[in-house]
Design a protein around this ligand. Structure first.
Ligand SMILES: Nc1ncnc2c1ncn2[C@@H]1O[C@H](COP(=O)(O)OP(=O)(O)O)[C@@H](O)[C@H]1O
Ligand SMILES: [Mg+2]
Length: 277
């Protein structure tokens, strides 16, 4: 049994026709069935409009199914009575760091989530400090959020999610607006959270990030096109093309340099080159 069980999930957005009536509109997800294991690190990739963000929003009940079910740790996201059981288990980090910060001061921002869960103030203090330490932002806890770089703001958003002590965090293109240094910092935090047992779901358009997950789910037109290990996905050029994706840069470099195809990660390639020198 998965920690998150998605069965025949369909999301259809409605639209308003000329007569002012609400009518069926875009089908963003169409028959998605997936199990996500507790403690796993899963990447979700696919072209723009393939349904990634829609799927993310289904995982903590921000969107509820038009048809099918999403069950988180036994709680159906469509059940309004237990929506906080779902929300406290699955945290979210979105793409735009500026849209996620709710307070002007760093530590207040991190406290916002646990305050909403009704946690007692002494424990909130402890959770906020711990979360800030884990993202390397404790020293800046009294600072104004507007003074931070994009990467630092994103780390604050992650600290906010950590402070809720969720079992799972869904990251929807968290590095898309960051510079390479900010991106690497966020990836390091995600990998560390995974190593501590938190289920990490990373939506990304950087194949070099997807490659670091244990499993990659590819969406196309609201359906699961394939679901494999990164090594299996990135050794299948035809699938990458069908999905409208690109190879990770190091794999392209490997092929241009004529290195063996069995090398599937940047580490493998680096080791190989070291040994050849
Ligand atoms: N609120 C909405 N109303 C109508 N259509 C939407 C809405 N949100 C997303 N869509 C449409 O659903 C499809 C999937 O969108 P999305 O999940 O954002 O894709 P991705 O994150 O993979 O780029 C797109 O065609 C998008 O235009
Ligand atoms: Mg998106």
């Amino acid at each position: 049994m998965g920690f998150i069980e998605i069965k025949d999930l369909k999301i259809e957005f409605t639209k308003i026709d000329e007569g002012g009536n609400e009518v069926p509109g875009k089908v963003a997800l169409d028959g998605v069935t997936l199990d996500i294991e507790k403690g796993s690190f899963v990447a979700i990739v696919g072209m723009n409009g393939s349904g990634k963000s829609t799927l993310a929003k289904c995982l903590n009940g921000l969107l509820t199914p038009t048809a099918g079910t999403v069950v988180v740790d036994g709680f159906d996201t469509a059940d309004y009575e237990t929506i906080w059981d779902v929300r406290s288990r699955v945290g979210m980090v979105f793409q735009n760091p500026d849209n996620q910060l709710v307070s002007t001061i760093v530590e207040d921002d991190v406290a916002f989530g646990p305050e909403n869960l009704g946690i007692d103030p002494a424990e909130i203090r402890e959770r906020v400090d711990n979360a800030l330490i884990r993202v390397g932002m404790f020293e800046l806890k009294d600072k104004g959020a507007h003074m931070l770089s994009g990467g630092q703001k994103q780390r604050i958003a992650i600290a906010g999610a950590i402070a809720m002590m969720p079992d799972c965090i869904v990251f929807d293109e968290p590095t898309a607006m960051l510079d390479p240094k900010g991106r690497a910092g966020v990836m390091d935090i995600i990998k560390e959270l995974h190593s501590e047992g938190i289920t990490c779901i990373l939506i990304t358009h950087f194949m070099s990030e997807a490659e670091q997950a244990e499993r990659v789910i590819v969406l196309k037109n609201g359906k699961v096109l394939c679901d494999r290990t990164p090594a299996a996905l990135f050794s299948d050029k035809e699938m990458i093309e069908r999905a409208g994706l690109e190879m990770p840069p190091e794999i392209e470099l490997r092929d241009k340099a004529g290195l063996p195809e069995k090398l599937t990660t940047a580490e493998d390639i680096a080791d190989y080159i070291q040994k050849c020198r």
